[in-house]
Design a protein around this ligand. Structure first.
Ligand code: UDP
Length: 325
């Protein structure tokens, strides 16, 4: 079976490529390297193509028959999406449509799509279930809602089957240390906490006055290898003739920013310098998935359920990165 992975040079994509290769799938990676890294892609797999080039994508999909596509390639910064919405609608919505058009032309009708908890906006309650309404509060979330809606029409019209995985907070690194989180610029909490330890420069905690037990925001941190496995199960569901579905991809457990700081201190044995700053615009106080549907329908369950285990894999990768750079 041959799977095309867009954005396979990025954080979650590259972990999923490892999972697919470990399970014996043939893989090609379609990535323009605008954010991903060549060193994340095993030799021979990369097709350096931008998704908006429909003809080039179709040619890559037609080299040898592709059975399904896993589509990660997208811009991911919520803040930037509110300053440059055109970039996000172009790169996340229009480029996805270009990919789907190329897939139709190449006769590929199975897709796993990287969606996001941002489609729910500020949920009325937690845990969040898949049937909660679309209510994005930023352009990033809206750009993903639009793709989910395109897919809703493609199923009955084109018999195009898709699984949308709505990610909560992807975190951690490959337990064997082969891949990890390397965003440029880095905005995610765990790598920023490591950076604070390394530089002594305090990290800003975005708000300490939320209505949560310790006043800081609560998130559902899902280990990137568990998330990669969810993609594997999703693509296998489609390859077995399964129906289109939308799933939350989270663990069902929430941890606060302060709990994350404590975990990083336990794992690293070092103090994290931090200060409580103002709230960040558009940050919901608590985002926790009801992941029951993913567990029931795909038989998935998190292998890294303890926060310290997630942080330990990230810390091992961070140390190897510091040593090798
Ligand atoms: N956060 C923080 N300081 C930072 C970065 C993040 O306090 O410098 C908090 C953020 O408010 C959120 C959590 O850490 O509650 C996770 O944020 P991240 O940006 O990693 O992911 P997001 O939840 O935005 O997808």
């Amino acid at each position: 079976m041959r799977i095309a992975v867009t954005g396979g040079a990025g954080y979650i994509g590259s972990h999923t490529v490892l999972e697919l290769l470990d399970r014996g799938y043939e893989v090609i990676v379609i990535d323009d390297l605008s954010h991903g890294y060549r060193h994340n892609v095993p030799p021979g797999l990369l097709r350096e193509i931008t998704l908006s080039d429909t003809a080039a994508v179709k040619a890559a999909l037609a080299e040898k028959p592709v059975d399904a596509v896993i589509h990660f390639a997208a811009f991911i910064s919520v803040g930037e999406s509110m300053q440059r919405p055109e970039l996000y609608f172009q790169n996340n919505t229009c480029a996805s449509l270009s990919l789907f058009t190329a897939m139709l032309q190449a006769g590929v009708r199975k897709l796993v799509f990287s969606s996001t908890a941002a489609v729910y906006g500020m949920p009325q309650s937690v845990p969040i279930r898949e049937e909660f309404p679309y209510a994005p509060v930023n352009v990033y979330g809206e750009s993903k809602v639009m793709v989910e809606k395109i897919l809703d029409w493609f199923d009955p019209i084109h018999q195009f089957k898709s699984v949308c995985l709505r990610y909560f907070n992807a975190s951690g690194a490959d337990p064997q240390g082969r891949r990890g989180e390397e965003h440029q610029p880095e905005t995610h909490l765990i790598p920023l906490l490591f950076r604070a330890i390394e530089t002594g420069e305090p990290v800003k905690v975005f708000g300490g006055d939320y209505a949560t037990p310790d006043g800081t925001c609560i998130r559902d941190y899902i280990h990137v290898t568990d998330l990669a496995q969810a993609h594997l199960f999703a693509v296998e569901h489609l390859l077995a003739g399964g129906a289109s579905e939308k799933f939350n991809a989270g663990t069902g457990s929430g941890f606060s920013v302060k709990q994350m700081i404590e975990s990083v201190e336990r794992v690293t044995g070092k103090k994290v310098p931090y200060e409580i700053g103002p709230r960040r615009d558009g940050d919901p106080p608590e985002l926790v998935a009801d992941s029951g549907k993913l567990q029931r329908v795909l038989g998935w369950k998190p292998r890294f359920a303890q926060l310290d285990e997630i942080v330990r894999t990230a810390w091992n990768f961070e140390r190897s990165r510091v040593i090798s750079h």
